[in-house]
Design a protein around this ligand. Structure first.
Ligand code: C2O
Ligand code: CU
Length: 515
């Protein structure tokens, strides 16, 4: 296979916007841009904040045969009060149903696609067989729809790099991993960003005995919170700068949006700036940043702290108290917040210190009931497996950067635009390696299958947000982050990529093989 062949029509990427942006960054390296993307402005008045009640997505339930059925389809839903928005949703809802499963109980998810474009479903943070990992060219094409990978300017135009499933397929999830909140989302080659923007994402909770032992706040005191941003057209539809709205031929975004697309409406579980009624007790918030590009720095406006109990991949060994939480796309934080200092009638706003205007606020908690139960966070939470850095069998470097190519600039890893036929690393199963990631912009780096611990940031100790076992790490402009990554569970082809979904779609992905 000739790796370059797949790029023949990729030349049409119009990356002028990035070139200008990157030059500006390089020209004033003292000023690190906080914005990880470019904000789209909605064409209708923004809704009033803290009016819409916080929705909790439905919980996925298996059928009589013990299988989970998930159908990707279009539906019209009310996101902004009084308007209808067409979403692409798992079971037609956005966010999709939340999976709530137990370690040691494998599941099969039968995903059907009834959308006009191909899809691939990835369980982010899952330790799953390569075949069920939601590879970008391993797609489902709906009955009655055609898909010709060679017809557009796709990253992979060679038919032999694709696997097409007609109508639907099964994904097998062994669920042999510690309790954690994972999430699932679309991962289709070249079009992940617009397809997730249209609604293809949902939460996936794994529980286990280790966590049960802690008797954490549960039931309506455990709130899964999927944060993201969107913009809207005047008619209420999602606004997104696709080159080709059919999502069938020409990938990419227009104008300056190659940096990443941000919306001016912040959604929690699909609702704009929602409000939720709480008592004056403790709550477990399971935070996920499912935005395409936006980073948040979360803070409570009553000066309350977050007690972090878990990271991307589950419980920390010991809790840590954080005043603010910076969360990049793909990352999760499991925290306890406590409203016990409040009287009934108090309001607490979850703020976003990286946002301006309406984007500086996320949601509101309305303390409506007294006699809440205060949760005392134990000093020891769990004993997550230690990573034996000294046993590292390899050192590798991965540079996430905008690089020049014969036909223009692309977001790349080690100078290479993604090529399904190529692999940047071969690693041995059940080994640990030291990987050094570097960046020229905001790049939240995500590794499939392998979980890691951050060893250092620019040679200094990791940030508080780097604690615990991670699968995604927030790289800011001109940073070097070294991680110890462990590969276990399955052999096969996996990938790493930038979780800024516009960067991902514009080639910032790479394969690695676990042997
Ligand atoms: Cu959240 Cu490869 O993805
Ligand atoms: Cu990136």
């Amino acid at each position: 296979m000739t790796p370059r062949r797949g790029f023949k029509r990729r030349t049409v990427l119009k990356l002028g916007g990035i070139a200008a942006g990157a030059t500006a960054i390089a020209g004033c390296s003292a000023v690190i841009p906080e914005a990880a993307g470019r904000e789209l402005t909605s064409d209708l008045p923004l809704p009033e904040r803290f009016v819409v009640p916080l929705p909790i997505p439905p919980v996925a339930t298996p059928n009589e045969a013990g299988r989970y059925m998930l159908t990707q389809r279009e539906s019209d839903v009310e996101i902004l009060p009084g308007t209808r928005t067409r979403v692409w949703g798992y079971d037609g809802v956005f966010p999709g149903p939340t999976f709530d499963v137990r370690r040691g109980e494998p599941i099969i998810v039968d995903v059907r696609n009834e959308l006009p474009a191909p899809t691939s479903t990835h369980l982010h943070g899952g330790v799953n067989p390569s075949d069920s990992d939601g590879y970008p060219t391993d797609v489902i094409v709906a009955d009655g729809h055609d898909f010709d990978p060679g017809a557009g300017s796709h990253m992979a135009t060679d038919a032999d790099q694709w696997r097409l499933h007609r109508g639907g397929r099964e994904y097998e999830y062994p669920v042999e991993q510690p309790a954690a909140m994972l999430w699932y989302h679309d991962h289709r080659m070249d079009f992940t960003a617009p397809q997730v923007w249209r609604g293809l994402c949902g939460m996936f909770i794994v529980r286990d005995d280790d966590e049960d032992r802690l008797e954490l706040p549960s039931g309506d005191h455990e709130l899964p919170l999927l944060l993201c941003d969107r913009a809207f057209n005047a008619d209420g539809s999602f606004k997104y700068p696709s080159v080709d709205d059919s999502l069938l031929a020409e990938p990419g975004v227009t104008g300056d949006y190659h940096q990443g697309v941000e919306g001016d409406v912040l959604l929690v579980n699909g609702a704009p700036w929602p409000t939720t009624s709480v008592d004056n007790g403790s709550y477990r918030l399971r935070l996920l940043n499912a935005s395409n590009a936006r980073r948040f720095e979360l803070a409570l406006d009553d000066g309350g702290r977050f007690t972090q109990i878990g990271s991307d991949q589950g419980l920390l060994a010991a809790p840590q108290v954080l005043e603010t939480i910076t969360i990049a796309p793909g990352e999760r934080f499991d925290v306890i917040v406590d409203f016990s200092g409040h009287d009934v009638g108090d309001r607490v706003v979850l703020r976003n210190l990286l946002g301006t205007g309406a984007a500086a606020e996320v949601m509101r908690f309305s303390v409506d009931r007294a006699k809440g139960t205060r949760y005392r966070v134990p000093k020891r939470l769990s004993e997550p497996p230690a990573i034996a850095v000294e046993d590292s069998v390899g050192d590798r470097k991965f540079a996430f950067a905008l690089t020049n190519h014969e036909h223009g600039q692309m977001w790349t890893i080690n100078g290479k635009p993604f090529d399904p036929a190529d692999s940047l690393a071969t690693v041995k199963i059940d080994t640990v390696e030291r990987w050094m990631f570097s960046s020229d912009f905001h790049h939240p780096v995500h590794v499939h299958l392998g979980h890691f611990q951050v060893l250092n940031r620019n040679g200094k100790p990791p940030a508080p947000e780097d604690a615990g076992w991670k699968d995604t790490v927030d790289l800011r402009p001109y940073e070097f982050v070294e991680v110890a990554v462990r590969f276990s569970g399955h052999r096969g082809r996996y990938m790493m990529h930038c979780h800024n979904l516009e960067h991902e779609d514009m080639a910032m992905m790479a394969n690695f093989d676990v042997v």
